[in-house]
Design a protein around this ligand. Structure first.
Ligand SMILES: [Zn+2]
Length: 111
């Protein structure tokens, strides 16, 4: 919820946008299922939650790749922002797209 509200800030006149409403209903539905019967709905709720988290992380990596590309801190080439194709900074453990050259957090060269 907080991530969606943060992402939507400034896009419209109000913070209550369609993505915020969808995220709210999604989280209410998952909590309702979780509280209804943990034994029966626990696994589907966990899978849905992990899937949603992976989508948010992939979107974040995509935005990070766009920002790095705009700063000319990435090699030229196709966008490789999926979570399976990343490189991790040896100094600060921050994850970046595989085409990143420098860590934007600590400045260490990634290649
Ligand atoms: Zn680093």
């Amino acid at each position: 919820m907080c991530a969606v509200i943060w992402r939507e800030r400034g896009r419209a006149g109000s913070w209550l946008t369609r993505p915020v409403l969808v995220a709210f209903l999604f989280s209410v539905a998952l909590h309702t299922l979780w509280d209804t019967n943990l034994f029966f709905f626990g696994l589907p709720v966990a899978i849905a939650g992990i899937y949603a988290l992976r989508r948010v992380m992939a979107e974040g990596l995509s935005h990070q790749a766009e920002a790095l590309s705009a700063l000319s801190l990435m090699h030229e080439g196709p966008s490789t922002a999926d979570s399976a194709n990343t490189v991790v900074c040896q100094r600060c453990d921050t994850r970046f797209p595989a085409t990143a050259i420098y860590c934007v957090r600590c400045g260490l060269a990634l290649v």
